[in-house]
Design a protein around this ligand. Structure first.
Ligand code: ADP
Ligand code: MG
Length: 405
């Protein structure tokens, strides 16, 4: 059997593009080269697709230029099941015609995207149309997991523990600032956390302790998104994160980490720049496994597996929690359907090497793809043979006859 052609798709038009580049290069360094040929697929800030061996090196992205050797612009053939990456090469000589060439054929896609245009169900939808196996959660689960407002409503509807919140649109904020402040204050009091609906990595997230601070936080969050969540704040909660890996009936929770923050909350700097930024989420200060009671660990692992199933997740996700020591309550902060560094360090702690984690993610992608294609698409009826759109259609056609094109 030949090697599997493993497309690693990363980058994209997202505020978290750089984090995704680090996660992807890290992942490509750990792929088992006996089993897979890695095909890097980088989507640039402008939404242009590239492939080539230079995209496996982090240096290429310091000042990315499409002209560096070993990088070529490509497009994915969207024909269902094709997986072809096509490049247009200039013709030879003065009168040579440019030619379309297939530079690779993707068999399985590992999606390493954080944020919009990649983690949010859009790329997943494209891969569903292209009928290619891919490693992340599907369209609906990815979309709900990305949108903090919908996610909260989903969890609340499922009876799961989330903090109270209120949400507002930019147009309302622009036209009724005082009303918005009144509503948020009346419903939630202080402190609150203000978050753009569709972002991650703490970008645009801030804490407000009074009305003036809330106005500033809303201004900041609305710079990033049209919809903003205001959430009741906890005072220095203990943060606990748990990864879940699998698909369908095979679901497993990782050990739990406790990220440590020196600030009031974990901001972008702490998440990624804690030790020079070279390791992505793996560089964060943390205690692993978290020093928490066994019952709490079991509860969080069980809850994480339940959430994974509810959102029909696939591959590896990370679900974050806040433990309020004052009340001993645990709340879900969010789900990351494509976590920073693919949460490999949590699996390593459970004795699963990164290489094996990638194998398992690929297997999940293949199983989901097999399930999808074993659905009965063959259902046919004879309606097209017998249908006639009658007089209306015919009239339209008649009318069209007289029109000169
Ligand atoms: N309600 C809250 N109370 C206290 N701290 C919070 C609250 N919500 C968020 N935080 C802090 O802000 C960080 C980022 O919030 P989060 O909802 O996870 O957004 P992101 O998707 O940007 O990571 C959390 O890791 C936590 O440190
Ligand atoms: Mg978070």
């Amino acid at each position: 059997m030949g090697k599997t052609q493993l497309g690693v798709i990363f980058g994209s038009r997202s505020c978290e593009r750089e984090v995704a580049i680090i996660s992807a290069v890290q992942l490509m360094n750990h792929v088992d080269s006996e089993k897979y040929d890695v095909i890097p697929v980088y989507i640039s800030e402008q939404g242009v697709w590239y492939t080539g061996s230079a995209l496996r090196k982090i240096e290429t992205f310091r000042h990315f230029s499409p002209d560096v050797p070993g990088v070529e612009q490509v497009e994915l053939d969207m024909t269902a099941g094709s997986g072809a990456l096509l490049a247009t090469r200039p013709g030879k000589g003065l009168f040579g015609h440019p030619s379309r060439v297939m530079v690779a054929r993707l068999e399985v896609c590992v999606v390493v995207m954080h944020g919009l245009n990649g983690e949010d169900g859009t790329l997943q939808g494209m891969l569903e149309l292209a009928n290619l196996p891919y490693t992340s959660t599907g369209v609906a689960g990815s979309a709900i997991g990305m949108d903090k407002i919908m996610m909260k409503q989903f969890f609340r509807g499922a009876g799961l523990p989330v903090l109270p919140g209120a949400w507002f649109t930019r147009s309302r904020w622009e036209t009724a600032r005082e009303q918005v402040l009144d509503e948020a204050e009346a419903q939630l009091g202080y402190p609150v956390f203000v978050k753009p609906a569709n972002l991650g990595s703490s970008i645009g997230v801030s804490r407000a302790d009074d009305r003036e601070g809330l106005a500033d936080s809303l201004d900041l969050a609305f710079d990033y998104d049209r919809r903003v969540l205001v959430e009741k704040g906890l005072d220095r909660p203990i943060e606990l994160n748990c990864s879940v890996l699998g698909y369908d009936n095979e679901v497993e929770a990782s050990p739990i980490e406790m990220p440590i923050s020196a600030e009031k909350f974990l901001d972008f700097k702490e998440k990624y720049l804690a030790s020079g930024g070279s390791k992505g989420m793996a560089s964060l200060h943390r205690v692993l496994p978290a020093p928490i009671p066994d019952e709490l660990r079991d509860e969080i692992q069980q809850l994480s597996c339940d959430i994974f199933r509810m959102l029909d997740c696939k591959g590896v996700v990370r679900i974050d929690y806040m433990w309020d020591r004052a009340t001993d309550n645990v709340y879900i902060t969010e789900i990351n359907t494509i976590p920073g560094s693919l949460a490999f360090y949590l699996w390593e702690n459970a004795g699963v090497k990164y290489q094996t984690l990638i194998d398992r993610m690929v297997r999940c992608a293949q199983r989901a793809h097999e399930d999808k294609n074993s659905r009965n698409y063959a259902f046919t009826s004879d309606i097209l043979k017998s249908v006639s759109l009658g007089a209306k259609g015919a009239k339209g056609a008649k009318g069209a006859k007289g029109v000169k094109l």
